[in-house]
Design a binder for this molecule. Structure first.
Ligand SMILES: [Zn+2]
Length: 92
């Protein structure tokens, strides 16, 4: 997994788009403009935090959507089965 991130150097204000592998411990980034070493950990956190929130939110929404759908299907089929039984019981 590689995330594309724009790193803006606070020393020379050069913005550079960097492909940052999330599995690499690249917490330090050397600026190509002035050669200053930047701490990229805050950038990682700024990128990862919303993604995690979004991912967990999507997963839970999907899970509860599936759960409610399953309950709806089970409940609906049970009601239909029960109603059909009652109807058939009445008719026979
Ligand atoms: Zn710089």
């Amino acid at each position: 997994m590689i995330l594309e991130s724009v790193i803006t150097c606070p020393h020379c204000a050069i913005a550079k788009s960097e492909a940052m592998p999330t599995d690499a411990c690249q917490f330090f980034y050397t600026c190509t403009g002035c050669g200053a070493t930047l701490h990229t950990a805050p950038y990682y956190l700024a990128m990862i935090a919303p993604v995690l929130v979004l991912a967990s939110g999507v997963v839970s929404v999907d899970f509860y959507a599936w759960l409610s759908l399953a309950v709806l299907i089970l409940g609906g089929s049970t009601i239909i089965w029960w109603a059909t039984e009652r109807a058939w019981g009445k008719f026979s």
